[in-house]
Design a protein around this ligand. Structure first.
Ligand SMILES: C[S@@+](CC[C@H](N)C(=O)[O-])C[C@H]1O[C@@H](n2cnc3c(N)ncnc32)[C@H](O)[C@@H]1O
Length: 212
């Protein structure tokens, strides 16, 4: 069932890629975009090196921002549709197809992994594996920076609140729950920042953790 749910999410993003990219552009045109630039700046400030993975990169807006900071950025996403949009918008940045549950990168390749608005698409049962993969591809002292939606439970949502363009899987976490998961994956919690307002009715927290 969960395997089907992930495939459904992937298929949905393939089908909505161009429209979804437009809806993201609209969202970040307001306060969200300004706020997320501050989160990105915090991430850049913590990096112990210059190689960065934008995981679940979508249309590549954050990969583009990170590239403009003279970082060596790679974007990864499991949706070929989203990757096509990302490539069109960001010439010069490599974008590769990858499922965050099994990344095809070598160990210790990245100084940082940025995962904006995407880890919540993975079923909870698979999330420990995602964290282990991220830890594996990080260098020592590398930074994992990501956000998630606060709440409980998980499941396929037919009309997601953010952009109702099709069925996608969502998993919700509590702050303590997330801290325990990081600890189990040997990623040391560094700091968290809550979004100042709800987005589409949802409370979102951004975390930074380090591979020590
Ligand atoms: C809500 S969008 C966010 C995109 C982008 N990070 C942003 O900030 O606009 C979620 C993205 O995560 C990708 N995604 C979801 N599950 C994934 C998985 N298991 N592995 C890789 N990418 C995934 C989707 O294809 C989609 O592009």
């Amino acid at each position: 069932m969960e395997r089907t749910a992930v495939k459904t999410t992937q298929k949905t993003y393939d089908g909505i890629a161009a429209e979804y990219s437009g809806s993201v552009d609209e969202t970040i045109a307001g306060w969200v975009g300004e706020f997320e630039k501050k989160l990105l700046a915090m991430f850049v400030g913590m990096l112990p090196g210059e190689t960065v993975l934008d995981l679940g990169c979508g249309n590549g807006k954050d990969a583009g921002f990170l590239g403009s900071k003279n970082l060596k950025v790679t974007g990864a996403d499991f949706s070929r549709g989203m990757l096509n949009v990302a490539r069109e918008r960001n010439a010069g940045i490599p974008f590769v197809q990858a499922d965050m549950r099994k990344l095809g990168f070598g160990a210790g390749k990245f100084s940082g992994v940025w995962a904006n608005g995407c880890v919540y698409h993975v079923p909870k049962a698979d999330f420990p594996q995602v964290l282990l993969e991220i830890r594996r591809v990080l260098k020592k002292n590398g930074i994992f920076s990501f956000n998630f939606k606060i709440g409980e439970g998980e499941g396929l949502e037919e009309k997601p609140r953010s952009f109702g363009g099709g069925e996608r899987y969502y998993a919700y976490y509590g702050i303590e729950e997330m801290m325990v998961l990081l600890e189990k994956a040997e990623l040391e919690f560094v700091v968290m920042v809550g979004y100042p307002k709800k987005i589409f009715g949802e409370t979102i927290f951004h975390f930074w953790a380090q591979k020590t």
